[in-house]
Each structure stands twice: as C-alpha cells, then as structure tokens.
Design a protein around this ligand. Sequence first.
Ligand SMILES: Cc1cc2nc3c(=O)[nH]c(=O)nc-3n(C[C@H](O)[C@H](O)[C@H](O)COP(=O)(O)O)c2cc1C
Length: 153
Amino acid sequence: MPQLNILVGTMYGGALDVAEQVKPLFEKAGFEVNIVEQPTLDDLTSGESVSLFVLSTTGSGDYPGNFVPFIRSLSDTSPSLTELRYGLIALGDSSYGDTFCGAGRKLDTLLEDHGARRLGERLEIDAMETFMADDAAIPWVEAWIEEQQLKAG
Ligand SMILES: Cc1cc2nc3c(=O)[nH]c(=O)nc-3n(C[C@H](O)[C@H](O)[C@H](O)COP(=O)(O)O)c2cc1C
C-alpha cells in the first residue's frame, strides 16, 4: 500500500488535531498514513510518494519548536527534493498581521527552492475566521484528493 506522511508542526496541538481528522480521508483513498510529530528529512520518502504538511505559526512568523530540527537539517544539508510532491495546510491568525501563516509560507518557499512541487494551492486557516480548523481542512483535503487524483491502487 502506498504511503503518505503527514508532517506536523504545532505548539498547542491544533495542527496535530487537523492531521488526525484528515487521516481517514487518505486511508479511504487507499493510502497507509503516518502522522509524524517530530519530522526529519527521512520522512520525505522518495519515488512516487506525496507528503502533506500541517503547520502552525508561532512567535513572529516562526516555526513551532518541534518543526525547527526539520528546517535546520533542510537548510544545513540542502538536499534535492525534486521527487517530492506535497500539499500544505498552514494554520495562523490574521490578527498577527504581516506574519500571518508566516511559517507555512516560509516552508512553501523553502521546499520550492529545493525543487519540490506543491500540488494545488496552499490552504491558510485563519483562527480569526475559523473556530474549528477541521471545518476548513476536511473539505479542502477531500477536494485535494479528488483534484490531484490521489487514488492509490
Ligand atoms: C505566542 C503565539 C504567537 C503566534 N504568532 C503567530 C504569527 O506570527 N502568525 C500567525 O499567523 N499566527 C500566529 N499565532 C497563531 C497560531 O498560529 C494559531 O493560533 C494556530 O492555530 C495555533 O496552532 P497550534 O495549536 O497547532 O499551535 C500565534 C499564536 C501564539 C500563541
């Protein structure tokens, strides 16, 4: 069964909750899903695989602590990610102004700089507008699976 990793960056668990809520949608599409709470570069499996990032923002547009080692090794080793296709769900709060979804946006640029290809648009969930992040994430993932034809087998 093809594998899909959901790489999570979270401070307070909201992004992890989103990952857990969308996991069954990928399983229904035929994937074996791993939710990765301490992501490393090794979690970006090669070949035909797809990864989903679910990432909140802290500080002033900063990466959550659990995600920092992943970013460090990406910057330090600068691997080629041309085989990586990914989706990105960014959680943030527009009351933070310019740094809204800053971590998600930075990650998107960083992955692109390393040759990875994003599938579809990035989803940005604004805590000011969406009380339950799942309410925005679930329909987005359903449409994403459909649009990208992420049917396994
Ligand atoms: C101390 C702190 C700093 C934050 N800084 C930002 C920020 O710079 N930009 C942003 O869009 N959201 C910011 N947020 C909002 C969080 O990203 C948002 O509430 C998110 O849903 C938290 O997700 P989590 O539960 O996965 O950590 C901040 C929240 C806190 C508590």
